[in-house]
Design a protein around this ligand. Sequence first.
Ligand SMILES: [Zn+2]
Length: 447
Amino acid sequence: MRLTPYGAAKTVTGSCHLVEYQNYRLLLDCGAYQGSEDDRNNEPFGFEPATIDAVVISHAHHDHIGRLPLLIRRGYKGRVYTTRPTQLFLPVILEDSLHLMSEERDRLVRKGKQPPPLNWDEADLRELYTRLEVIPLEQSLEFGPFQVRLGDAGHLPGSAFIEVRAGGKRLVFSGDLGHGAKEVLPDPKDAAPADLALCEGTYGDRSHRPFPETIAEFAHILSETLGKGGKVFIPSFALERTQEILFYLRDLEEKRQIPSVPVFVDSPMASRISDIYPSVREYFSEEVQALYRQGRDPFRPRGLEYTQSVEDSKALNELEGPLVIIAGSGMLAGGRILHHLRHGLPEENNALVIIGYQPRGGLGRLLIEGAQRVRMFGEDVPVRARTHTLGGFSGHAGQDELLRWLQGEQRVALVHGEADKLEILRQKLEQRNTRAFLAEWGQAIEI
Ligand SMILES: [Zn+2]
């Protein structure tokens, strides 16, 4: 068996790996590059899409599915296999991505510039939808000479690690591994030791602090801010993170650790995702499933409302606190959250709670660093609201969890992490006599 990474090599995005055995070619993930690397999405894949026999997807994040429409446009003829939740989330993620690409084109046209041709369009997306094929977790399936099995990775509902066997050898690809201490999703399942483990290392350099500490701090910020009539702004990803915040808002409200206040999810995309949740309830933790069995919605604090239209979103600015607003984008790179911050940052009773990664030089990072004024929509906005950072909500396994998951492995190739973080994880693995190396783009690994 031969494995060749064509993405997420010494970087966190663009997950895409080719596995070959006897003329059969299996692709694991086909993700987009994001952030400062997104121009790499226009480049050749490194392999000929028409020669791929089957594609298996680990989970629905954009950096694991984002180049599927392009793969089809460039000649892929086969089917795309994944779990049912991933199949249901995929259109929400990719339609949003198409919408953002179109907006960017319109912006360039308005500036009198010639926009580059779209990488892929609606027709490619429609074609992709006809190719999707659901496979269950834990069942062994045959793809040519390969036997493939998906195990629960605990990172999103229906997220999977992928075991591939052929010619007496076994490969396990971690996909993205979840942060086990959190309560919404099951812990990542163990994989059987393999001849090669291809493993993510997003948090290869450090472990998360105990999760109950994160929740206690979250409760403290909420009760303090809401208690004085303030507004709490939470920039969040639409898929999973938003619903997880709702889960804890409901839980803290029930335990009377925070007051019952209006909670607005100002994101049509998050609303679509939340609508899918009840239909995939068997992919959640026991605790969440038990709440569903009692006829309750685990993701609904009492004062919850979803806003859809731009008018409704703007109307939120007129409301008095106390209230909570959750909106995208999670990285403050655009989206409705910016309008709420323009109105809310000058008020000292308000709070901004950062729960996700903020890129260097971005608005979120400036606020975390204590900026007194920020530039938004061409205006100077004074910052009097407090900014809090809660790193513990990460959806990825910390270093200790990665090392535990890799217990028993003899040979590990590291991907999906910044090179310096992967290097720290590599040294940890070497210290316990596991052979480990950083995978390189386009360099084949024999198994
Ligand atoms: Zn992911």
